[in-house]
Design a protein around this ligand. Structure first.
Ligand code: PNS
Length: 168
């Protein structure tokens, strides 16, 4: 039977840390659906379609991308997992401080859907400090993003903030 996992997140935007976890997940599962959460209550810099396009471009030169699908979802993650018939959720844990939130989320999801389990993967240790929120702060102040996100993501971020600043 083909093994399938969801790798959910906001991916606003995707970083080298996310890509590292995604690649590791493709080594463990036959197919991984990177699932972009669309939450109208959460302010994001990029729309769902923009986040999807940025991820798709990251995958263009990756040989493991044939095992990856990109999907957007709204609502509860466990409902989406059931719809896809996925029993595993993948989340990246960078440091101990991530763990409390991740642990609560994993147990909540398991309470909601006992047959859906979460596995935690650790990124390459050189990527453990990267977060989408810090990346956005660096982009806002026009800093160098080259060690955090691929070039096209950096350009998209700089363009976004340039537009925003022009409107201010
Ligand atoms: O990248 P993030 O923002 O840490 O990802 C969090 C995400 C999107 C995985 C989480 O907020 C989520 O699953 N949202 C969908 C709504 C849901 O199922 N909430 C209950 C989870 S406890």
């Amino acid at each position: 039977m083909e093994t399938l996992a969801l790798y959910p997140g906001s991916f606003d935007p995707i970083t080298y840390g996310h890509l590292d976890i995604l690649e590791r997940a493709t080594e463990l599962f036959d197919k991984v659906i990177i699932t972009i959460a669309i939450n109208s209550k959460k302010d994001t810099v990029f729309s769902g379609d923009e986040r999807e396009a940025l991820i798709a471009e990251c995958l263009e030169d990756k040989e493991w991308a044939e095992r990856v699908e990109i999907q957007q979802f709204t609502g509860l993650l466990v409902d989406f997992a059931k719809e896809k018939d996925a029993q595993t959720l993948v989340r990246g844990v960078r440091q101990v401080s991530d763990f409390e939130y991740e642990f609560r989320m994993a147990l909540t999801n398991r309470r909601l859907a006992p047959d859906v389990d979460t596995v935690f993967l650790m990124p390459n240790e050189q990527l453990t400090f990267i977060s989408a929120s810090l990346v956005k702060e660096i982009a806002y102040w026009d800093g160098d993003l080259s060690s955090f996100v691929p070039q096209h993501v950096a350009e998209a971020l700089h363009d976004k903030y340039k537009d925003q600043k022009e409107l201010q």
